[in-house]
Design a protein around this ligand. Structure first.
Ligand code: CTP
Ligand code: MG
Length: 374
């Protein structure tokens, strides 16, 4: 049997996505872990080790995964080819599979097709025919591109390791390994790719991935929980919501800790669904630790408690009632901060000058969490 090192390239910045997408949660695990679990499934088919390439400014200690195969975490480089090269130099098997962490849905048969097609002289890549009509746009000028014979390339890509090292070194700005391989004059085979195996590139791709993950890997036994918090708005306090400082607010929330009422309500909704005590009891205000706390750090504690009780957070829906300041422009940034941990929806409502929140004296927040059994 041919032996393969499985290299997961997760060293990118996610500049089109807006954050390091490889560490975002998809379902119950980080995006990169979908590929790691696929690699683990190939344990008896020739994959002997897994190498995860993370951004050079990311902390290796934050990667937690119980691997059934030898597992190495290394730092990548500025370009994809540099990240791949670091992976290749760490790998020890005769052959390599290189796979984007940004493609969570590559299926086992696709890996097997590629592994079979690869030999000491030939690499293999998955391709799909271009389905849409193509145009080339150059400023105002639009011209036709004939799509006959054109294919899009996916990963995983499969090669003999040592020859690929030489090929990748020749051009460190190649778009993928197939480009380096072909430029070096080597033989390449194509196998049929898989439409499900799309790459998460833009923010909206995550919604498609979430829908697919939910459809194909449904959860069982779910519970919901409700959280609530209210704080007074006062001058000379920072306004922190969901761990993000709302810089242009003249008022901030009064309270122990950072008074981040959104994170507080979210934590209580999660704890409620897990049947655990609320934050007031877990982090009493009398405790100095809570007085000065960053609420996002407390959220991490809550998530550990919930996980230890056998639950995982699927989704949180939250609504913040605030007359001032206007918060909608911060919505995406706040959402992204939570989406490191779970999927969330956040809405802001003014209170029509009717109650204390409506008169700008306070803010109120409700959150509803859905949890399922681990
Ligand atoms: N990648 C990498 N090292 C780099 C650049 C990219 O390991 N220096 C990885 C990414 O983490 C991703 C895969 O290559 O899993 C495909 O790249 P892409 O989708 O372009 O991701 P990013 O480079 O992170 O995104 P962007 O190009 O939008 O910055
Ligand atoms: Mg990129």
């Amino acid at each position: 049997m041919k032996n393969f090192s499985f290299i997961i390239v997760a060293g990118g910045k996610g500049s089109r996505f807006g954050t390091k997408k490889q560490f975002m949660k998809l379902g119950d695990k980080s995006l990169w872990q979908w590929s790691a679990d696929s690699a683990a499934e190939l344990k008896d088919s020739g994959v002997n080790e897994i190498i995860l390439v993370i951004p050079k400014d990311s902390d290796k200690n934050e990667i937690l995964w119980n691997s059934p195969l030898p597992f190495k975490i290394i730092h990548g480089g500025d370009t994809r080819s540099e990240s791949v090269l670091n992976g290749l130099n760490t790998a020890s098997c005769e052959y390599v599979l290189i796979h984007d962490a940004a493609r969570p849905f590559a299926d086992k048969n696709l890996f097997l097709r590629l592994m079979n097609a690869t030999d000491e002289n030939s690499g293999a890549i998955p391709v799909l025919p271009v389905a849409d009509a193509l145009k080339k746009i150059d400023g105002e000028n639009i011209s036709i591109v004939n799509r006959d014979g054109l294919f899009v390339t996916q990963t995983p890509q499969s090669f003999p390791r040592e020859k690929l090292i030489e090929a990748v070194k020749l051009n460190l700005s190649a778009k993928d390994e197939a480009e380096s391989w072909l430029s070096a004059g080597h033989k390449l085979k194509s196998v049929e790719g898989n439409k499900m195996n799309f790459k998460i590139t833009w923010t909206e791709d995550m919604a498609t991935a979430r829908a697919l993950a939910e459809k194909n890997f449904p959860r069982s036994q779910t519970r919901t929980g409700l959280g609530y918090d209210v704080h007074q708005l006062v001058p000379e306090r920072k306004l922190i919501l969901g761990g993000i400082e709302i810089k242009d607010s003249p008022l901030g929330l009064l309270g122990h800790s950072d008074a981040d009422l959104l994170t507080h309500a979210v934590m209580d909704s999660i704890l409620g669904a897990a049947g655990l005590d609320d934050i007031g009891n877990i982090f009493p205000a009398s405790d100095e630790k809570f007085r000065i706390a960053d609420s996002i750090e407390l959220l991490k504690e809550v998530l550990k408690l919930v996980k230890n009780s056998g639950w995982r957070v699927d989704f949180v829906d939250a609504v913040v009632e605030a007359q001032v300041p206007r918060l909608n422009k911060y919505r995406e940034e706040i959402k992204k901060n939570f989406e490191k941990f779970f999927d969330i929806n956040i809405k802001f409502k003014s209170a029509e000058n009717l109650n204390d929140s409506g008169r700008g004296l306070s803010m109120t927040c409700w959150a509803c969490a859905t949890l399922s059994r681990e």
